[in-house]
Design a protein. Sequence first.
Length: 199
Amino acid sequence: MEFLSLLFILATGIHWLNTQGQRQRTALLAEQLRPYQIEKHMEQLTSAYMRALGETDPERQEHILQLQEQAEQQLAHEFQNLAREFAKLSAPPTRGFKLSIPHIDQLSPKFTFDMRRLLQVHAQGIERTVSNLHGLPPKERSFQMMGEMFLMQHSCHWFCKSKSIASARMLAQHQTRYEQALQAVDPETRQAYRDVVQG
């Protein structure tokens, strides 16, 4: 009976520490995001891309996508600024946990990922897609842009909470699995992303 009581106390302590860490990381990211309208741009673009991708008339599809150019440019610009400002912060508050175990970063940095680097990866991926450096057709470019945005949003939720919660949120909000978003992004983004989260 004493053993079960100790296990309960230990589990409660781990949960409390985890919750405290999640609150700190969420507050840090929210503070950094406050000056920007990144979420608003993402909502507008996602809605427009979905409308365009469901459009059967090619001219109508092209018109919807052309109207998104300003929002795309603003998203890319603001995300570059966010990544630059976040990069000025110091670790360990900028490190996310690969496993949801509090203070695991003190055992080994291999159990964490650097959110500063991850935001730079996403900023570069969004910029490459907006600039369309690979000359993708409009439909493919829109699909890739959604992948870049969804994976970036997943990274933010992972940093604040956990990978499993981030994946569940993406599936619920966008009907997109983590693996699907990872395959949809630019190959350079995918490789750089893996280098950060698996390194």
